[in-house]
Design a protein around this ligand. Sequence first.
Ligand code: GLU
Length: 493
Amino acid sequence: MTTVRTRIAPSPTGDPHVGTAYIALFNLCFARQHGGEFILRIEDTDQVRSTRESEQQIYDALRWLGIEWSEGPDVGGPHGPYRQSERGPIYQKYNAELVEKGHAFHCFCTTERLDKLRAEQTDRKETPRYDGLCMQLSKDQVQQRLAAGEPNVTRMKMPTEGVCVVPDMLRGEVEIPWDRMDMQVLMKTDGLPTYFLANVVDDHLMGITHVLRGEEWLPSAPKLIKLYEYFGWEQPQLCYMPLLRNPDKSKLSKRKNPTSITFYERMGFLPQAMLNYLGRMGWSMPDEREKFSLDEMIEHFDIQRVSLGGPIFDLEKLSWLNGQWLRELSVEAFAKEVQKWALNPEYLMKIAPHVQGRVETLSQIAPLAGFFFAGALPLEAKLFEHKKLSPEQVRQVMQLILWKLEALRQWQKDQITACIQAVVEHLELKLRDAMPLMFVAISGQASSVSVLDAMEILGPDLTRFRLRQAIELLGGVSKKETKEWEKLLAAIA
Ligand code: GLU
C-alpha cells in the first residue's frame, strides 16, 4: 500500500495567513491519521511578489502553532528541492514533453493582441478566452519564430465540449463544463511555470497522494485533471476545503478580520487554542466537544466530518476558547506564558530605551508604556478632535496611512515615517498635523513615548489593528469614500 502523503504549498507573498494554517492543519491530521507524511513546499514562482522574509514567516508561524513537516525547503528530504524557484529545469523538461506530445503549444501572441481580443469578447458579453490562433502554426513556423528568439508562452490545449468530472472527497462528483476553461498558460515568457504546471509536476514527483486545498481552487480543477491525463500520471485524491469566512459570511479578508497568524501571537492567543479553533472550522469531534488538542484531533480525525457550510472565523469565539485554555493552565504555566508573551527580556529591551529617560520611578512605566502590553485599546473619540482637520479629513488621513502601512514590507521606523510623510505631503498637510492622531490611535494617549518607535516595536499587526480600530470608532469608511480614497492612494508616490 502506498503511504499517504499530503502537503501544504504556500506562496510566500505576504503575511502568514490563518487560511494557510487551517489547510495545513487538516493536511497534517489527514496524513498522521493514516500514518503518513505531511510535507511543505514553497510555491514561489511569482518572482515579483515572493520574498524570503515571507517564507521565513510562514515557517515561524506554522511552528509557533505546533505544525511540523517532515520534508521542506528548510528541513530537506528525498524529493527536493522543495522551493519551486529552484526547480526550473524540471518544469522545462515536462513542459517540453507536453509540447512534444501535442498537448501544449507555443503562443507568440503579444499582450496588445490579447488585450484587444479580451476587449472584443467582453464587448460581445463572452467569457474572455484565448482564441487558439497560435495553434494553427506549422511546426516549421514555430521553429523559425523560436529560433528568432521571439518571446512566447506555452499554453495547454483544452477540450471545448462536454464536462469534466471532478471527484471531490467531500462533494462527490462535481461537474464543470470544459468550455469554461481557457487554454491555460503553463510556461510564461520569463521561462517560469505557472501554478498549474508547477503544482501538478511537483505533487506527482513528490509522491503526494491526497491534496486538501481551499475551495477557491475548485473551479480550476479541470485544468489540473487534464494535465495529469496528458502526462499519464495517476491523480491524487482531491479534497476542496470550505473557505473561512468573516462573521458577515464574506470570504475572510484582512479588511474585516486580522488574517495574519502573527497578529494572534501578538495579541496573546495560545497556539494550542488557535489550532483548536482552526480545527473547529467546519469540523467537529465525534463527541462535539469544543476544546481539544492537536493529538486528540489526529486521534479522532475523519475527513468526512468536514461540513461544507462556510465556517465563520469569529474573533469573539476564538477569544472565548482561548480563555478556556488559559484558565486550565496551572498558575505557574500561566505566569510562564505571560512572560513568554511580552515580559521577556528581548521585548523589554526594545521598550526600555524609550521609557528610561521619561520616568522618575519604575512604577511610572505602567501608565506610560502600558500600551505595549495591550491588544485593543480603550479609545475615546474626543481625543481625535483636531484643530485644523475636519472629522472627515481625520478619518481620511488615518485610512490612507493605514493602507500605505498595509503595503509596507519592511517594518522599520524610517519606512514607517516615509509612509506617513508621503500621505501628508499628498494631502498638502504637515507631519505635525498627522502625528497627534497617530499618537492617540497607537498609544491611546495624547502624549507618550515616540510614536514612530512605538509603531516599530509594536509591529505591523498591532499597529494596523489599532489604526483600524480608531477609524472604526470614528465612524469607519463608507463605500463611496473607499472608492474615492483609493484613487488618492494610487496617486501617492
Ligand atoms: N500555492 C497555492 C496557494 O498558495 C497552492 C494551492 C494548492 O494547494 O494547490 O494557495
